[in-house]
Design a protein around this ligand. Structure first.
Ligand code: C2E
Ligand code: MG
Ligand code: MG
Length: 692
């Protein structure tokens, strides 16, 4: 790489050399001109003298001694070429060959002929490197002859030139050398800060260390460069520090986010996202290796009671304890994670055999079922496990999770605290569930639903209201029961859309019902547990009531006991708002949840709906009858209305009315029927007939 220093040195030397040569050339030229003038002047004077001296002897015979004597004066002059003396007739009377010709340096005396000399005027002439001085001998008006002197100017000039050059060259060289020396010294002095700046820059580049400073001393430009460099480094350092802090913060946030995104905050176990990612990776590997992967779906039994009875802190502690126990009970390489709530997932890799899986499942059940003491409370948890194999679902991750989930539900159904293998017979149920979930959004978009109404009667058999029940008919799937699709809609977040559709549809149809059955008729609309915690739904309902779009005097909302309990405080606020708007609330399926009686006084409700499971046992189970009577009594004491659902026999009807049940509902009076049928007179009569 060419350096600035060598560039400056080269340029300086070249400049000095050129200037020196030019000065030398100029000096030579000036010197030669001066020399020529001097020679001319001197020669002119000499010629003048000689012309005067030749006058008395011009007419002597040619080549006379007296003439020659005059001419011999020229011997003193080294560079005289020749001298010619002509008489007044132009005849050459004497010729002198000068030192210059004798030394043989000039080949001939002159290239000009005698005749030409005659014609030349007096004065100076130059010819071929010689100077001629022509002088008239005698008066100009009476010339007696002519003297021609020739002086070789070239030779002395050449000699002097070389002499001059040889004299001046060392001086020029000395000048050049000293210039180079001074330039280099100067450069060095000036460029030292620059060199150190470059070195510092290279250091910064190499070490990425911006905590570097250079001296700010020196000449103005250098000092300003140093200051500029230092200020730049300060800025870079500040910026780097800020960036470093930001990067550190970002890295920390990223790792926190990654942790949050992949790990459960309570137990520290991998969460759903991480589990699903790991499952996909393990399944892809197992598919390649043609090996087996098993999935265990764990759900704690009765975990909700723990939360309700001992508080959420205790529930959290139990979850943490159980998470640790599950992790300890597993083999190395297996992945344990928490799906959420009381659900855990275990991915078992490395081609596990059926007996290995059974052993692990038993070990897990034994470990978890052990007695736990939390905050001094005695807790007896148990777990239901569903086991599914990757080869049964062609290594599809989502199917594998669904299969294990289905098997876990089977385990719950079979009595909890046990494990169940997924079987192909369960597959049909899963397939159907998947189909329903897939078809549901389309059904919502197309409004493939319609409402049916089931009558509610009083103790005198008079129709006092109807419960709206949702129906969905699909060309491929046929009739799908709400008991089947509502839980799926709840899981897939579609329930709010469905609820709003039902409310809207009911509000369209209610005027026709009240027109036929009177203004006092009350229409019940079922709400899901998810609706109670969905602000969009609760706001829509409250706004509908306030705007009069939902007729508050004719509408009643049914919420199940468990839905209320699961979201007690949120639900309570919403339900008290509903009541404030003058709307009635009914607690559905009462007795099937696990409401503690202490809660019942805090419930914002108007009606208790005794669940069908008690009603169906009337006449069969004294215990159920007793519970039914107790519920009715309690409701009366709390000034609540009591409704019994699922009445199919007159015996059930009689028992309930005898014990003071106000409102009755069931197939005995009417099955859920479409609006058109409800509005036909015939149907109304049939209802009344049934009731009587
Ligand atoms: P539910 O609210 O407790 O409704 C009563 C269920 O019992 C209805 O079943 C009804 O047809 C049935 N039923 C009534 N009387 C009798 C009887 O005498 N004997 C028998 N065996 N059954 C009787 P359905 O219509 O299949 O509804 C099932 C559940 O689906 C409902 O239970 C309710 O929880 C839910 N559901 C229905 N429609 C809706 C809705 O629009 N929104 C919401 N969120 N849930 C709904
Ligand atoms: Mg209901
Ligand atoms: Mg019910």
């Amino acid at each position: 790489m060419k350096s600035l220093r060598s560039d400056i040195a080269l340029t300086t030397i070249a400049s000095v050399a050129i200037i020196s040569v030019l000065i030398m050339a100029l000096s030579i030229r000036v010197y030669e001109e001066l020399y020529q003038d001097f020679v001319a002047f001197e020669f002119d004077a000499l010629a003048e003298n000689m012309a005067v001296d030749l006058l008395p002897v011009i007419n002597n015979s040619a080549g006379s001694f007296s003439q020659t004597q005059v001419l011999l004066r020229l011997d003193e002059y080294e560079y005289v070429d020749f001298a010619r003396v002509y008489n007044e007739y132009g005849e050459l009377v004497n010729l002198y060959i000068g030192n210059a010709n004798i030394n043989g340096d000039t080949s001939q005396t002159s290239s000009i002929t005698d005749t030409e000399y005659q014609t030349l005027d007096s004065g100076f002439q130059t010819d071929d490197g010689s100077i001629f001085v022509i002088k008239i001998i005698g008066e100009a008006d009476f010339p007696m002859g002519k003297l021609v002197l020739s002086y070789d100017i070239q030779k002395p000039l050449a000699e002097n030139r070389w002499e001059f050059i040889s004299l001046v060259t060392p001086v020029v060289l000395l000048l050049l050398l000293s210039t180079v020396f001074i330039t280099l010294r100067l450069q060095k002095r000036l460029l030292i800060p620059l060199t150190s700046l470059i070195a510092k820059m290279k250091k910064v580049e190499r070490e990425a260390n911006y905590d570097v400073k250079v001296s700010e001393a020196g000449k103005f430009e250098i000092a300003s460069l140093g200051r500029g460099f230092n200020s730049m480094m300060r800025h870079i350092k500040q910026q780097t520090d800020i960036n470093q802090r930001k990067t550190l913060l970002l890295e920390r946030q990223q790792s926190q986010m990654e942790k949050l995104a992949n790990f459960d905050t309570l137990t520290g176990l991998p969460n759903r996202q991480f589990l699903m990612k790991s499952l996909s990776i393990e399944l892809a590997r197992a598919k390649r290796d043609k090996s087996e992967v098993a999935l265990m779906f764990l759900d704690l039994d009765g975990f909700k009671q723990v939360n309700d009875s001992f508080g959420h802190d205790a529930g959290d502690k139990l979850l943490c304890g159980i998470s640790t126990e599950i992790s300890y009970a597993m083999r190395e390489g297996d992945i344990v994670g928490r799906l959420g709530g009381d659900e855990f997932l275990i991915i078992l890799v490395g081609n596990p055999t059926q007996s290995q899986l059974q052993t692990i499942a038993r070990r897990l059940i034994t470990t978890i079922t052990q007695l736990h003491h939390i905050d001094g409370w005695r807790v007896d948890p148990s777990v239901s496990i569903g086991i599914a194999l990757a080869t049964d679902c062609d290594y599809a991750a989502s199917s594998l999770v669904t299969n294990a989930d289905v098997a876990m539900y089977e385990a719950k159904k079979e009595g909890k605290g046990r494990y169940v293998w997924f079987t192909s017979s369960m597959q049909e149920a899963t397939r159907r569930k998947n189909q329903v979930a897939t078809f549901l959004p389309h059904a919502i978009e197309n409004s493939d639903f319609h409402l049916v109404y089931q009558a509610k009667v009083n103790e005198f058999g008079e129709v006092v209201g109807f419960e709206t029940l949702l129906r969905w008919y699909d060309e491929e799937l046929g009739n799908i029961s709400p008991a089947e699709f509502i839980p799926i809609a709840e899981q897939s977040d579609k329930i709010s859309e469905i609820t709003l559709w039902v409310i809207n549809q009911a509000c369209i149809e209610i005027p026709r019902i009240t027109a036929q059955y009177g203004e006092k008729i009350r229409i019940s609309i079922n709400l899901s547990a998810y609706d109670l915690i969905n602000v969009h739904v609760t706001d829509s309902i409250l706004n509908g009531l306030r705007s009069g779009k939902i007729p508050k005097d004719n509408v009643e909302f049914e919420i199940t006991e468990s839905a209320y309990m699961n979201n007690f405080s949120i639900a309570n606020t919403f339900l008290s708002d509903l009541k404030n708007e003058g709307c009635k609330i009914s607690l559905d399926d009462f007795g099937t949840g696990y409401s503690s009686l202490s809660y019942i006084t805090e419930f914002n409700i108007d009606t208790l709906k005794i669940d069908r499971q008690f009603v169906s046992q009337i006449g069969l189970s004294k215990r159920s009858e007793l519970i039914t009577i107790t519920i009715i009594e309690m409701a009366k004491n709390l000034n609540l209305e009591v409704c019994a659902e699922g009445i199919e026999t007159h015996e059930q009807s009689a028992f309930l009315t005898d014990n003071g049940c106000h409102i009755l509902q069931g197939f005995l009076y009417s099955k859920p029927i479409p609006l058109d049928a409800l509005l036909s007179q015939q149907e109304e009569q049939a209802l009344l007939r049934l009731a009587n």
